[in-house]
Design a protein around this ligand. Structure first.
Ligand code: MEV
Length: 448
C-alpha cells in the first residue's frame, strides 16, 4: 500500500475511505465506521458531496440559537454554528441585557463590492488615461449579457477606475471595478464579469485605432474579485444612560459607573495595542463567524476583510469603540460584511436555508445588521466578563461539560462534578482527580 495516489477524485467514496483507513489509521475498521457513521442519508449526502471534491464524510458542528436579539426594533432568534462552548451563552446573555435597554441599532453604510483586473502595459501612463473613457465603455459593453439580470435586480457595474502602480512594479496597472450585487454575495458574478473584461481589455488594445506596436503589447496578469470591501460596511451600536447600567457588573459587586469606566478603558486598550486588539477582534468574530457559517456565507472572506479593515489606519486596532458622553454610554462596532442571502450555499445547504428562514429570510443588508449586532453582543459579553469576573469563570463552567465528556463521565458523575465545582476552580486535572476519587469510591459495575 502506498500513501500517495493518482486519480483519487474518480474513485468511489467507499474505495476512498478504504484506502485512507488502511494507509493512515491504526484502527482501520473503527476509522471506517466513524466516517460512515457521520454520513447523512443518501439524498442529503448527495447535496453535501456536491459542495467539494473528495468528500468522504461530514464534519458536524453544533447548530445553536441565541434568542432575544432586538435589532432595529425587530426580535430575532439568531442561528449560530460554533464549537467554542461559551460563545452562544455569551451572545444570549448580551442579547437579554440589551433587550430591556432598547436593543441593538444598526445601519448599513454601503454595499459596494470590488474586483480587479491586473495587467502590464508598456505604453505611457498619460496615453492610457487618454484612452480610458473609450476603454471603460468598451469593457462595460463587453459584459452586457452577463450583467442584464443583475441590472434588472437593481445592481450591476457601478464604476471602473484605472490605478497606476508603475512606481512599485514596472508597467503594472490595475482596473478596479466596483459592483452592486444586491442580495447575493456576488463572487461568481464578479469573477465572470472580470474575466470577460480581461479579454475585452486585450481586444481593445489590439484593435483600437492609432496605437503603436508598443502600445498594443498588453498582458493581463489576473482578474479576480477583491475580498477587501471597506465600502460594504455596517455599523451596530448599543447605548444607555450610565445611571441605568447599575446591573452591568452587579454580579461582581462593582458599581455600574465604575464598570462602564473600566469597560471603556478596556476598549481603548484594544485601540492602542495590536496584541490586545487581535484578541478583542477575535471575540467579535466569535459572533460574526458563527452567524456567517450558519447562513452559508464565506467566513474566510469576512475574516480577511475585517482584519484588513482593522488595519486601515496603518496599525491593527479594535473594530469597536466605547465612550461615555454627557452621561450616555455608547458602544459601537463598524465592520465590513460582504454577505449574501441568495445564491451560493445559502439556498443549497439545508441548514443554511433553515437558518435564513429563522431570521425571516432577510435581505443581504438586513443580514449585515444582524451579524454586526451579534459581533457587538459577543464583544460586549467578553469585555464585560474580562473587566469584572474574568473570562475563565463562565468559560470553564461551560468547558466543564467538554472535560467530563472527554473523561467519559456518566450522567451521575457529571451531576456530581457540576455540583462539586460550583465556586471551585475548574481545570482538566482537577476534574480528572475528582472523577478518580469518585470512581475509587464506587465499584465500576454499579456506575450509571
Ligand atoms: C475567546 O474566544 C474570546 C476572548 O478572548 C475575546 C476577548 O478577549 O475580548 C474572550
Amino acid at each position: 500500500m502506498s500513501k500517495t495516489v493518482t486519480g483519487f477524485s474518480k474513485w468511489s467514496k467507499v474505495a476512498k475511505i478504504e484506502w485512507l483507513v488502511e494507509n493512515f489509521f491504526s484502527d482501520p475498521a473503527d476509522a471506517k465506521a466513524t466516517f460512515i457513521a457521520w454520513q447523512r442519508p443518501e439524498e442529503e449526502q448527495k447535496i453535501l458531496d456536491s459542495f467539494t471534491e473528495n468528500a468522504i464524510s461530514n464534519y458536524a458542528l453544533p447548530f445553536s440559537v441565541a434568542p432575544n436579539f432586538l435589532i432595529n426594533g425587530k426580535v430575532y432568534a439568531v442561528p449560530m454554528v460554533i464549537e467554542e462552548s461559551s460563545v452562544v451563552a455569551a451572545a444570549s446573555s448580551a442579547a437579554r441585557f440589551w433587550l430591556e435597554r432598547g436593543g441593538f441599532h444598526a445601519e448599513v453604510l454601503g454595499t459596494v463590492k470590488l474586483g480587479q483586473i491586473h495587467f502590464r502595459w508598456k505604453g505611457c501612463a498619460g496615453r492610457l488615461r487618454a484612452l480610458f473613457p473609450h476603454l471603460e465603455a468598451h469593457l462595460k459593453n463587453s459584459c452586457d449579457d452577463l450583467t442584464t439580470n443583475m441590472r434588472q435586480r437593481g445592481g450591476g457595474i457601478l464604476d471602473i477606475a484605472l490605478h497606476d502602480f508603475t512606481d512599485l512594479e514596472p508597467n503594472y496597472y490595475q482596473l478596479r471595478v466596483s459592483f452592486e450585487t444586491c442580495d447575493s454575495m456576488g463572487a461568481n458574478f464578479i469573477n465572470s464579469v472580470l474575466e470577460r473584461m480581461g479579454d475585452a481589455l486585450e481586444n481593445f488594445v489590439e484593435t483600437a485605432p492609432g496605437l503603436t506596436d508598443v502600445e498594443r503589447d498588453i498582458e493581463v496578469i489576473m482578474c479576480i474579485l477583491s475580498n477587501y470591501t471597506p465600502d460594504c460596511l455596517v455599523r451596530a451600536w448599543v447605548e444607555s444612560p450610565v445611571n441605568e447600567l447599575e446591573e452591568l457588573a452587579q454580579h461582581a459587586g462593582l458599581p455600574g459607573h465604575a464598570a462602564v469606566e473600566r469597560f471603556c478603558t478596556a476598549v481603548r486598550i484594544a485601540q492602542i495595542d495590536p496584541y490586545r486588539a487581535v484578541t478583542h477582534n477575535k471575540g467579535i468574530f466569535n459572533g460574526i463567524d458563527a452567524v456567517v457559517i450558519a447562513t452559508g456565507n464565506d467566513f474566510r472572506a469576512i475574516e480577511a476583510c475585517g482584519h484588513a479593515y482593522a488595519c486601515r489606519s496603518g496599525q491593527y486596532r479594535s473594530l469597536s469603540h466605547a465612550e461615555v458622553k454627557d452621561g450616555l454610554f455608547r458602544f459601537e462596532l463598524k465592520v465590513p460584511l460582504a454577505v449574501g442571502t441568495v445564491g451560493g450555499l445559502t439556498g443549497l445547504h439545508p441548514m443554511a436555508k433553515r437558518a435564513l428562514e429563522m431570521l425571516g429570510n432577510p435581505s443581504a443588508t438586513e443580514l449585515m445588521t444582524i451579524i454586526a449586532a451579534v459581533g457587538l453582543a459577543q464583544n460586549f459579553a467578553a469585555v464585560r466578563s474580562l473587566v469584572t469576573t474574568g473570562i475563565q469563570e463562565g468559560h470553564m463552567r461551560m468547558h466543564l461539560n467538554n472535560i467530563l465528556l472527554h473523561l467519559g463521565a456518566t450522567e451521575a458523575e457529571s451531576l456530581a462534578a457540576r455540583s462539586y465545582f460550583q465556586g471551585r476552580t475548574i481545570s482538566y486535572s482537577s476534574v480528572r482527580a475528582f472523577l478518580e476519587k469518585l470512581r475509587s469510591a464506587v465499584p465500576a459495575q454499579s456506575r450509571v
